[in-house]
Design a protein. Sequence first.
Length: 157
Amino acid sequence: MNIRKATIKDADVLAANQVHMALESENIILDHQTVLVGTCAYLEDENRGTAYIAEIKGEVAASLLVTREWSDWRNAWIWWIQSVYTVPKFRRMGIYKALYNHLQELVKKSEDVIGIRLYVARNNPRAIETYRRLGMTDEHYTTFEWLRDPDTFKPAE
């Protein structure tokens, strides 16, 4: 397995992964073109995020996006894992764990990143169990959100 930073050449596969992830995990149909433009935006500007890809024999097996949040309490960055997707044929092989461990090592080597967070849909027990097995907890915060246009992300019918 090879884990690497994504580049603009990976935009199509990353966008496709997100379209699949939204449908599988939340039953939401995303517009591929909109996701592709958003993906290109962070691939062209690391201030918006950094994607990592796990490859097996040159084939993309999984991907995730890391965005940053400044913590004045800690005087350091916290990385948020987003847009996690593992291609179905590569699931249950420890690929997400490898990506997560890779991020942990990057955090440990960093002088200005203090930790990792993520959010997960409540109706995704498999993902929740995976994160707990990796030592993550959900004890400290509950996430709330407000969307300008909540109809944008209606479940598929």
